[in-house]
Design a protein around this ligand. Structure first.
Ligand SMILES: [Zn+2]
Length: 411
């Protein structure tokens, strides 16, 4: 068994808004799993001194659009997942592999969408690009699917489904509601594109009338991706589906996000808020997107920073059925060590978020492994440093090789 002791934690934020942050504490990690909080380890194999910085769960980006591995044709870029890791993202959930070149959104068939999802699940979804946990293989729901399609998806361990190109003129025939029921019968989550047309030009407009009729598990980018439903529709969705999670993405309309935050706070429902970037896409490739989401909610929208962090971590993980996102015994040690950047007046990570100051990331752990050991490539360094003791700590994720490099056996 390998034991990692994280000591000199200035502030521990659990990723659960019901748990108050703890100051001046420690964490014991055994074989990549959080074993104890506030305890000391006897003769640990490794020690990470957090230098008084803030420790919180790794960020869960609940809305990404992977294509294959770390390549995204959406912005002609490679290596984007590596960069998101350095922005603090340790898990991400596909909202559909819809950027595959040549994919005709107006000619999607049940066989095609299922094939894409299965292929993604068994390629990008199994390789952990740059060490990030990527839940890829999300079925883009189209008319004409049968229960057998859902059975096949379940056999392939697909657990995310998405309405985006579905023809809402068919809403009255009950097929979409049947899909939601079939999904729930198999333990799958249903997300739904809400609001206006996306970059594809082919997504269907979905306001309150459609969302309330379908009742998805997660209302995708409720404040815009990039165009939100009208304010009255946002309020009607939040009020009409009290058990449904609502998602805010970096592709948002900032004004509408404030409307969403106000509605949730008014109703005492901030625990329904989940976050994502909705990237890569027309909004770009945004390695610091999730950090900026937290900053915006906490500094402009009046969301307390503990709740904003919970939305970006534990709540987004729970909404998608991911076993991560909170710091608790028995959970994987997917963690960030971060803190204020020199020049900020903040004293800890939460104050940075509350001020809207981007925090600096020192360390990113996934399953207790330091994929970023002491300095993010994507943020300025925090004003205080971490130090490592013990063997075998330099296991940072290498930058992905160029396409084709390292391939064997052909060409
Ligand atoms: Zn999207």
């Amino acid at each position: 068994m390998t034991t990692l002791l994280v000591e000199d934690i200035g502030l521990l934020v659990h990723g659960d808004r019901a748990i108050a942050p703890v100051r001046d504490t420690t964490l014991v990690i055994e074989d990549g799993v959080i074993a104890e909080i506030g305890a000391s380890a006897v003769a640990p194999d490794q020690v990470l001194s957090a230098g008084g910085l803030t420790v919180m769960p790794g960020l869960i980006d609940g809305h990404v659009h992977p294509t294959f591995g770390e390549w995204t044709p959406a912005q002609d870029a490679i290596g984007w997942i590596h960069n998101y890791l350095h922005g603090g993202t340790t898990s991400m959930v596909s909202a559909g592999e819809l950027h595959i070149p040549g994919l005709a959104f107006d000619a999607l068939t049940p066989e095609l969408v299922l094939s894409i999802a299965i292929t993604s699940k068994h390629t990008t979804g199994r390789m952990r690009p740059s060490g990030v946990k990527v839940n890829a293989g999300t079925v883009l729901l189209v008319p004409g699917m049968t229960e057998e399609h859902f059975d096949r998806a379940q056999r392939e361990e697909i657990d995310q489904l998405k309405f985006i190109f579905y023809d809402w003129n068919r809403l009255g025939d009950g097929e979409a509601q049947r899909y939601v029921q079939w999904a729930h019968d198999r333990g799958m989550m249903v997300k739904m594109h809400s609001g206006g047309v996306s970059r594809s030009g082919s997504s269907r407009v979905a306001g309150a009338d459609v969302v309330l009729a379908v009742q998805p598990d997660i209302v995708g980018h409720i404040s815009g991706g990039p165009i939100p439903a009208p304010d009255a529709d946002i309020a009607a969705i939040i009020a009409g589906l009290p058990d449904t999670n609502v998602e805010v993405c970096s592709s948002n309309n900032y004004r509408a996000t404030k409307v969403v935050a106000d509605e949730l706070m008014l109703r005492g429902m901030l625990d329904r808020l989940t976050l994502g970037t909705d990237t890569p896409g027309g909004t770009g490739v945004i390695p610091r997107g999730m950090l900026r989401n937290i900053c915006y909610l906490a500094s402009v929208c009046g969301v307390d920073p503990v709740s904003a962090v919970a939305a970006a971590t534990g709540q987004t993980a729970r909404a998608h059925g991911l076993p991560t996102g909170v710091i608790a015994e028995g959970m994987p040690a997917d963690l960030l060590v971060l803190g204020p950047i020199s020049g900020s007046t903040a004293r800890d990570g939460l104050e940075s978020f509350a001020l809207g100051d981007l925090p600096g990331i020192a360390t990113v752990l996934v399953d207790g492994v330091p994929l970023v050991a002491s300095r993010s490539e994507q943020t300025p360094p925090p004003s205080r440093s971490v130090t490592w003791r013990g063997a075998d700590v330099r296991r940072e994720a290498p930058r992905p090789a160029p396409v084709g490099a390292g391939a064997t056996g052909c060409c």
